[in-house]
Design a protein around this ligand. Structure first.
Ligand code: GUN
Length: 286
């Protein structure tokens, strides 16, 4: 049987460490770290994620301030809010929940965030720092993926890693982090030919395609480690809905280790958002 990596337990442990850092920060400065969460529009999944991010922030002692804007909010209003949050010394982290409504230029909006407060790591300065290995804030899901992998891998040198998906949020940044550890990284995507053959050569598979049950048992060589980043809501024949990942996990008994969905990458993403927020607050002390 494959080892199932318990993302919930690892996220709890990381959040306990974060809570201790928050307490130390409050002792030093008299002020808890503060995270501004901006939600534009009414995407139901975004509402769920934002609620979870805010409640977990509070649990570790981070002050979270939610800003909700209507779906038809003018872009100038969103940019003005970001300017105000950038200028507010009491705000240490700024998170703009994605996706933004059509009509808003997401790249322009992300560019406006002060890179030092960019706890999602989406600003071009942080993207550049990641790709040159020169520090900066690292996107939360890739950071969480590396912590999950670190629990089962000591030395990445020489390992073949196959990333499925080339998004700015997961695929590209996780590829950079794996490269930094000197794994041999192949990034694949929707136009990639012979994907099962490529995946079968992998020691590490990171599946972030947003396609339910894409990665089948025969794609995975015995002893591989499989990180499932997918969160796909599917409707079953009886009309009920279920969240499934990108991997057919029930076919992966021959893997060395797999992450479950739910309870794998998802909780680690939130725990890393909290640690990034504390990191941003700690750096602002200097
Ligand atoms: N939408 C999907 N994933 C993310 C994420 O990691 N951060 C933000 N801000 N929005 C998202």
């Amino acid at each position: 049987m494959a080892q199932v990596i318990d993302g919930r337990a690892m996220a709890r442990a990381l959040s306990d460490e974060t809570a201790a850092r928050v307490a130390a920060l409050v002792d030093r400065t008299g002020q808890p770290p503060a995270l501004a969460v901006v939600l534009v529009g009414d995407d139901p999944a975004s509402h769920v994620y934002v609620r979870r991010k805010i409640s977990e922030s509070r649990r570790v002692g981070i002050t979270s301030i939610e800003h909700r804007l209507p779906v038809d909010c003018p872009q100038t209003e969103l940019l003005a809010l970001i300017d105000a949050l950038n200028a507010d010394a009491g705000v240490h982290g700024i998170l703009i929940q994605l996706p933004l409504p059509a009509g808003i230029d997401a790249a322009l909006v992300l560019d406006r965030i002060d890179p030092a407060k960019d706890v999602d790591g989406f600003h071009p300065v942080n993207v550049g720092r990641l790709s040159t290995g020169t520090g900066g804030l690292v996107p939360c899901t890739p950071l969480g993926i590396m912590k999950l992998l670190d629990s089962v891998i000591e030395d990445y040198r020489g390992l073949n890693a196959v990333v499925i998906g080339k998004s700015n949020i997961v695929g590209k940044p996780v590829a950079m982090l794996l490269l930094e550890r000197e794994a041999t990284v192949t990034v694949t995507h929707i136009e990639t030919l012979n994907l099962p053959d490529i995946a079968r050569k992998a020691d590490i598979i990171v599946a972030a395609a947003g396609a339910p049950n894409l990665v089948r048992g025969y794609w995975v060589r015995p002893g591989a480690i499989v990180i499932d980043v997918g969160i796909n809501r599917i409707t079953r024949d009886d009309g009920s809905t279920q969240i499934v990942g990108d991997c057919a996990t029930h076919e992966l008994d021959h893997a060395k280790a797999v992450t479950p969905v739910p309870g794998g990458v998802g909780p680690m993403t939130i725990a890393c958002l909290l640690s990034n927020t504390v990191l941003a607050a700690e750096k602002s002390e200097d």
